[in-house]
Design a binder for this molecule. Structure first.
Ligand code: IMP
Ligand code: MG
Length: 200
């Protein structure tokens, strides 16, 4: 019988991944973004709105780098299925629990790709009477833009590769990576490689 350690496959050193942005680089950039946001929003009690699920990881680190009073909320939007191509369809799956009238909103997103999701969401929030609406995004895949989206605070621009990790998934996998990686072979990720499950 195999020992339990023989069944453990490391996800973080999965050979199908090539590190694009290291954990240290992500965390250093977040510290800078947090200080900048704290300076610019002092006295305004901003409401940070995280877009589920991908932005949760970025939001939770970013919040702890913004040393002023603030609130958080979550929304869920669909624009992608379980594939690497956008459907172009945008739906609100989970809405805010509070009104945003007269609040200073900062939308927190993991990645801006075509811009379809964000251009819809930002316009939607502005129409609800927020005092201001700005966007912070960890990643900008600028070469793929179809709709103009102004990113007020940006972590990193990246080339046109499908990336995973630090909240970003491929078919719900890889969100737990502490770094951003390029998925070398998406088909292998879906079909070829076994996905480890807890054995107890
Ligand atoms: P957009 O509407 O095309 O800008 O897509 C935004 C959403 O698509 C993001 O919030 C992600 O969920 C997803 N997405 C776009 N590019 C990638 C990627 O490279 N890896 C994982 N998810 C992505
Ligand atoms: Mg997403």
């Amino acid at each position: 019988m195999a020992t339990s350690s023989a069944l453990i496959q490391s996800e973080f050193s999965n050979p199908n991944l090539e590190v694009l942005i290291s954990e240290a680089d992500i965390q250093n950039r977040i510290k800078d973004l947090g200080s900048q946001i704290a300076r610019e929003y002092a006295g305004r009690n901003p409401l940070l709105i995280g877009v589920l699920k991908g932005a949760c990881f970025f939001l939770s680190d970013l919040l702890r780098a913004i040393d002023i009073p603030l609130g958080i909320e979550f929304m869920a939007i669909s624009s992608y299925g379980s594939s690497t191509r956008t459907s172009g369809e945008v739906r609100i799956l989970k809405d805010l629990d509070v009104p945003v009238e007269n609040r200073h909103i900062i939308v927190v997103e993991d990645i801006v790709d075509t811009g379809l999701t964000l251009s819809y969401l930002l316009a939607n929030l502005k129409s609800r009477g927020a005092a201001s609406v700005k966007l912070v995004a960890l990643l900008d895949k600028f070469e793929r833009r179809e709709r103009a989206v102004e990113i007020d605070y940006l972590g990193f621009q990246i080339p046109d590769h499908f990336v995973v990790g630090y909240g970003l998934d491929f078919a719900e996998r890889y969100r737990n990576l502490p770094f951003i990686a390029v998925l070398k072979n998406p088909e292998a990720a879906q079909l070829g490689l076994p996905i480890s499950t807890p054995s107890t």
